[in-house]
Design a protein around this ligand. Structure first.
Ligand code: NOJ
Length: 959
């Protein structure tokens, strides 16, 4: 190669710099990612004309099994279509499980046993059914929470559809729009899979009590007694033409997807009744809380709005570099949970379409809301979350299936300081020291990939981190922990012990041949990826975190799992070829969307194992699926230091919370680019009121530790962090509630005010639990913010302690100078706080509490435990309830053993009553002790009551 003349070098450098800035300032290269039109199965489903193609017949109603139906293709399909099996199973949690798969067990599809919890699948024991020639109606008392009228499941036989009804009101339907389409397993030569029921499937040969002995050409059953099944009403005679578009191979850019198993996609519509106001959920997308229409309704009769997006929402976990906002493109995680809410009835229902393969979901608005689900492969498994008139019903049902939010260790709710990268130990000590000097609370300092020896995880670059144990111990002396990054790609280096062992034990994902290890490109260069779908690999991985294995780690080191979508730089759409296989020989195509969750799970199990099963883990993951809430925290990946990204964080986090995953945050300050002091202050304020609170930045971004923005900004940033720390007892209590009920921690307003027509689309303000209303400023130079105050009660400004006077319209344009984030406490609530400024949660451990009582009739809870172990599972906690009415405040026990043996010395140093109309004459305890107080501007502050948190007591305000 001819060397470049020196004179050209500066030009080349300038060109590269220009290219780099262009990439840094421009958005994602959308052409790198497939759209529906570029994806065979999505095209096929989207273009399918509605046709009454399948009819259902009841095969078995054995009380010990799900109701079983045979679905057989009607005129719309060719003869090669086999019968399908449909099961409908009312569950004891009130949800209804609906499954469709090939009827022949010999052709059973792959499904994961790592998603659903057995308790959630317990069948309802009280189900009964009744039949008419057209319908089978299944009733059970399990779907009637709190004595509500039970919901019935009506299976219409021809055409097949399923409707959930409460009285005459339709709550939701499957296949109302007749978009059901099931691509059966087939061989390439066109030989149909066997369609006749087999010996091993005895239930399949029963139909309305008659034994089926065969099928006619038109798909109708022939019975043993010589009769034939009555022809179902089938008024659509159109033939659905399968043109084999993308059946056996597909190409995308330079990538070829050989599809040895052919088409196996599934799809159906799930609709919600006319009363449904909005649909929410199906993260992760950089979009609004309320989902937008992506198509017009299938029914030509319904009136509709023009769709905002032309592509369906996509669920395929991907590493999207510099993602765009306001698009339905996939991001790092997927939760196929859709929530529907009606302002009219206040009812909330949902559908969880449990399938970890690639999915597209169309949404329409018309007379009612509808969704069309299209998945590349797998079993069609839908949980209809019937819900109830209380929002909590839906979350009870969903979390019994996938788990509630794990109770995080308390420290992880504090502030986290991260950067790609803190360069060396000196850098770590310097940053730590500055936080100390500025009295700035933080809990964790993070190390990104550069701390390792050549991106070999579990190692340290000894040039820069020669004494990692000492470093962690030094930080721990002041109550600070560290986090290191550990990604799922393993450097293919024969001298690297992790690679050597993984190769020897054959733990890596395989190429399409099922034998050779897949080799892809990631941070370390040539890399292989561990197969976390395999339990033995997860167990082996968990062992790697033991202190003697992970040399240089200490019990105060926690873990960050990144790139787990999985990210493969040279793969199609920056991920792995779909034809690669797990250790059981199952194609990656089948399990793509759960890989990230299973990686986080294995890591989390590793940290628990490291402590001998005693300590809760903290693991942050970028990728997620339904159920990730059980394994740790998630963040929204590579956002940018831009105002629009700050504004987008609220709706994104709300959507993910709506999908049952509460411990979520966005990089404070924005990952790419540079944040100026104003953006940084506004982001720190917003982040302080979001569940996971971490500042992070790209290595090309200017350093942005809080003191680098000048004194004035530093004070504002610190103020925001202090507000977070003061509220930790409240956050912890709300997380505890979420861990029991599955209710989101960060809630959209509609969840607490489901009948308020102003709330459904609001996503730039939110609630923490039910009692704190947050109205952040997310616009450059704005010093006012429009905030909506829901409910028929007052809201107290947490700073001034005064009632926020809201006009009857309930909208207020609030003053929000740069040092202020408007936050309000609901009148009627009692919020626990800790008001002494400390530098970390560890330092706050023994601090006394402050109770803030809003209004003259109020209630609230406080949950406390040791903050780190699993002892709470054995009753080692205290849960208290505070009630305030008629001037009397009482503290009563709700649960837990703490307090019984004097183990808990926590006490209350201050009680603030907001909204007290006149100065009292005295305040006395139940023991007759008179307490000191001050009174000013309707605010009564009782000082040093020195009451025990876990003691039962009463305090009386005497006028
Ligand atoms: C991508 C992650 O999203 C980002 O947060 C991290 O800093 C880099 N990977 C390097 O590890």
């Amino acid at each position: 190669m001819t060397p470049l003349p020196c004179s050209l070098l500066p030009l080349l450098v300038a060109l590269v710099a220009l290219l780099l800035t262009t990439t840094l300032t421009h958005a994602v290269d959308q052409t790198k990612f497939r759209t529906c039109t570029q994806t065979g199965f999505c095209r096929r489903h989207r273009n399918k004309a509605p046709a009454n193609a399948y009819t259902a017949a009841l095969l078995s109603s054995n009380p010990n099994e799900p109701y079983k139906f045979l679905l057989h293709p009607g005129k719309g399909y060719t003869q090669t279509h086999p019968n399908l099996s449909l099961t409908v199973d009312p569950l004891s949690n009130g949800a209804v499980r609906v499954r469709v798969q090939e009827n022949n067990p010999a052709t059973a599809r792959w499904e994961s046993s790592d998603i659903l919890l057995p308790d959630g699948l317990v069948r309802c024991s009280s189900a009964t059914h009744s039949e008419t020639p057209q319908t089978v109606t299944i009733s059970s008392s399990c779907s009637s929470p709190d004595g509500e009228d039970p919901a019935d499941v009506v299976v219409s036989l021809s055409p097949f559809k399923i409707t959930v009804k409460q009285g005459s009101e339709v709550l939701m339907s499957i296949n109302e729009a007749q978009l059901f389409h099931f691509e059966h397993k087939r061989s390439k030569l066109g030989v149909p899979e066997p369609t006749a029921p087999t010996q091993s499937d005895p239930a399949a040969d029963q139909h309305n009590g008659k034994k089926i002995v065969g099928y006619w050409e038109d798909g109708l059953a022939r019975y043993e007694d010589g009769t034939t099944e009555v022809k179902p009403v089938d008024d659509v005679a159109t033939m659905v033409k399968e043109d084999e578009d993308g059946f056996w191979e597909e190409k995308f850019q330079s990538h070829h997807d050989a599809k040895p198993n052919g088409p196996m996609s599934i799809g159906v519509d799930i609709t919600f009744p006319q009363k449904s106001t909005k649909l929410y959920g199906i993260p992760e997308h950089a979009s609004s809380l309320a989902l937008h229409a992506t198509r017009t309704p299938p029914s030509p009769h319904s009136s509709s709005k023009a769709p905002k997006y032309k592509d369906p929402y996509r669920l395929y976990n991907l590493d999207v570099f510099e993602y765009d906002l306001d698009v339905p493109m996939s991001l790092y995680g997927s939760i196929p949970l859709l929530i529907s809410h009606s302002v009219d009835t206040g009812r909330v229902a949902g559908a969880f379409f449990n399938n970890p393969s690639e999915m597209f979901i169309d949404i329409w608005e018309g007379e009612g809301m509808g969704s069309h689900w299209m998945a590349e492969t797998g079993v069609m498994e839908i949980f209809l979350l019937v819900g109830g008139s209380k929002v909590s019903e839906v979350y009870k049902q969903y979390s019994s299936l996938t788990g509630t939010q794990a109770l995080p260790p308390l420290f992880s709710l504090g502030y986290h300081q991260c950067r790609w990268n803190y360069k060396d130990e000196k850098d770590v000590y310097a940053v730590h020291k500055k936080f100390e000097e500025h009295d700035y609370p933080y809990d964790v300092l993070w190390l990104d990939i550069e701390h390792t020896d050549g991106k070999r995880y579990f190692t340290w670059d000894k040039r820069f981190f020669p004494n990692p144990v000492k470093m962690q111990q030094t930080l721990w002396e002041q109550g600070r922990r560290m986090v290191t990054i550990v990604d799922p790609h393993i450097k293919r280096d024969n001298n690297y012990y992790v690679h050597k062992e993984a190769t020897a034990k054959s733990l890596y994902i395989k190429n399409a041949d099922g034998h050779s290890d897949f080799n892809g490109w990631c941070w370390p260069g040539d890399s292989s990826y561990l197969d976390f779908t395999e339990e033995k690999v997860r167990k082996w991985w968990a062992e790697q975190f033991k202190l003697d294995k992970y040399v240089g780690s200490t019990p105060h080191l926690h873990i960050w799992n990144d790139m787990n979508e999985m990210s493969v730089f040279n793969g199609p759409e920056v991920t792995m070829q779909k034809t690669t296989k797990n250790l059981d020989g199952v194609e990656h195509r089948e399990w793509h969307n759960i890989y990230g969750m299973l990686f986080q799970r294995a890591t989390s199990e590793g940290l628990v194992l490291r402590s001998g099963g005693k300590e809760r883990s903290f693991v942050l993951s970028r990728s997620f699926y339904a159920g990730s809430q059980r394994w740790g925290a998630i963040w929204t990946g590579d956002n940018a230091a831009r105002w629009d990204h700050l504004a987008a964080a609220g709706p994104m986090l709300l959507t993910i919370n709506t999908a049952g995953l509460s411990f979520i945050g966005a990089d404070v300050g924005g990952f790419f680019g540079n944040a100026d002091s104003q953006l940084m202050v506004r982001w720190m304020q917003s982040g302080a009121y979001q569940p996971f609170f971490r500042g992070h930045a790209h290595h090309d971004s200017a350093r942005r530790e809080p003191w680098l923005f000048g004194d004035e900004a530093l004070q504002m940033l610190r103020q925001a962090a202090m507000e977070r720390y003061a509220l930790l007892p409240f956050w912890y209590t709300v997380f505890h509630t979420s861990s029991i009920t599955g209710m989101p921690v960060m809630r959209p307003l509609w969840m607490e005010y489901p009948k308020d027509a102003n709330c459904p689309a609001l996503d730039h303000q939110w609630l923490i639990g039910s009692d704190l209303l947050v109205c952040p400023v997310v616009q450059k130079d704005a010093v006012k913010v429009n905030c909506y105050f829901p409910g028929n009660q007052d809201w107290y400004d947490v700073r001034t302690m005064q009632v926020q006077q809201t006009p009857t319209s309930k909208w207020a344009n609030l003053d929000a100078p740069l040092d202020t984030i408007p936050v309000f406490q609901r009148s009627g609530s009692i919020i626990p706080k800790k008001m002494r400024l400390r530098r970390s949660t560890e330092m706050m451990k023994n601090d006394p509490y402050t109770l803030v009582v809003a209004g003259d009739s109020a209630a609230g809870e406080l949950y406390i435990d040791d903050g780190h172990s699993f002892d709470f599972e054995n009753g080692e906690f205290a849960k208290r309830r505070f009630d305030f009415a008629d001037g009397k405040l009482t503290n009563t026990k709700l649960g837990g053993n703490w307090g019984a043996n004097g183990t808990c010395k926590d006490w209350i140093e201050r009680i603030i009553f907001m909204g007290v109309s006149k100065r009292p004459s005295k305040v006395v305890t139940s023991g007759g002790q008179e307490l000191e107080f001050t009174y000013d501007k309707n605010t009564l502050v009782v000082r040093k009551p020195e009451l025990g948190v876990v003691d039962d007591w009463t305090l009386q305000i005497i006028s």
